[in-house]
Design a protein around this ligand. Structure first.
Ligand code: NDP
Length: 245
């Protein structure tokens, strides 16, 4: 398969990229700031047996998104799968204290960026001659829990992704393209550093029914399964990978 992973350089995106590499897939690794992490992930995907390239593009910018998909296609050829994963949080606080700058940053990355990538993916995948074509979004169980006093902006942005998954799966199903999302719970990645609480991942993860935070690879496994032909009759799915949270 030939896939593109937004935010593929670190955390959950990186895990999906590595697992794709281990299956011999071609994997475009998108990032925006940390070129060292992206280069390392590309190297690891290659070592795992896949082909890989890094793609420095900002998913919140329309021209960047178009250029990113174009660069990926020029290098690897026709696309078969897209993981729309790039997302951010901000410091934990009640909505009344949010600055407009914070709101714009979170909603632009998590909603606008996701929609821009989904639009480009849907255009490209409709032209693709590949047998197994699909999109996997990375949402969050925050969409149903709401994250009060922490990140209601983040939770709402993930609700938008759930809804987009449902709508787009119905638009693209008749064209043979599957659309699903995974909804991680508390997963041990760098994203929790933005909360201002260094113990957040362990504290909340330990309160889940499985009694621990998840690992990025546990979400990556769900993502590569949804992309694979083994999930050929799965579309419109919202798959929680959250330890029961
Ligand atoms: P990380 O902070 O570890 O990684 C985020 C990735 O997104 C990095 O590769 C980063 O690149 C990239 N990125 C951020 N903004 C942009 C942008 N504008 N354009 C391109 N790339 C961008 O996060 P996680 O792996 O934890 O999170 C991945 C997804 O999983 C997110 O959507 C998040 O909401 C979701 N999720 C995570 C959970 C968790 O507990 N970890 C729980 C539920 C959902 P760079 O390093 O260059 O900035």
């Amino acid at each position: 398969m030939n896939i593109l992973v937004t935010g593929g350089s670190r955390g959950i995106g990186r895990a999906a990229a590595l697992l794709g590499g281990a299956r011999g897939w071609s994997v475009g690794v998108n990032y925006v700031r940390d070129a060292t992490a992206a280069a390392q992930t590309v190297e690891e995907v290659r070592n795992a047996g896949g082909r890989s390239m890094k793609l420095k593009y900002d998913t919140t910018r329309e021209d960047d998104v178009k250029d990113m998909f174009g660069a990926h296609e020029s290098y690897f050829g026709t696309l078969s799968g897209v993981v729309i994963n790039a997302g951010i949080t901000a410091e934990s606080m009640p909505l009344a204290e949010f600055t407009s700058e914070r709101l714009k940053r979170v909603l632009d990355t998590n909603i606008l960026g996701t929609y821009l990538c989904a639009r480009e993916a849907s255009r490209r995948l409709q032209k693709s001659d590949k047998h197994n074509r699909s999109i996997v979004f990375v949402s969050s169980v925050a969409s149903k829990l709401g994250s009060p006093n922490e990140y209601v902006d983040y939770a709402g942005s993930k609700g938008a992704i759930d809804s987009l998954t449902i709508g787009l799966s119905k638009e693209l199903g008749p064209k043979g393209i599957r659309v699903n999302c995974v909804r991680p719970g508390i997963i041990r990645t760098d994203i929790h550093e933005h909360s201002g609480d260094p113990d957040r991942a362990d504290r909340l993860g330990n309160m889940s029914p499985l009694g621990r935070p998840g690992e990025a690879s546990e979400v990556g496994e769900a993502i590569v399964w949804l992309l694979s032909p083994q999930a050929s009759y799965v579309t419109g799915g919202l798959l929680d990978v959250a330890g029961g949270r």
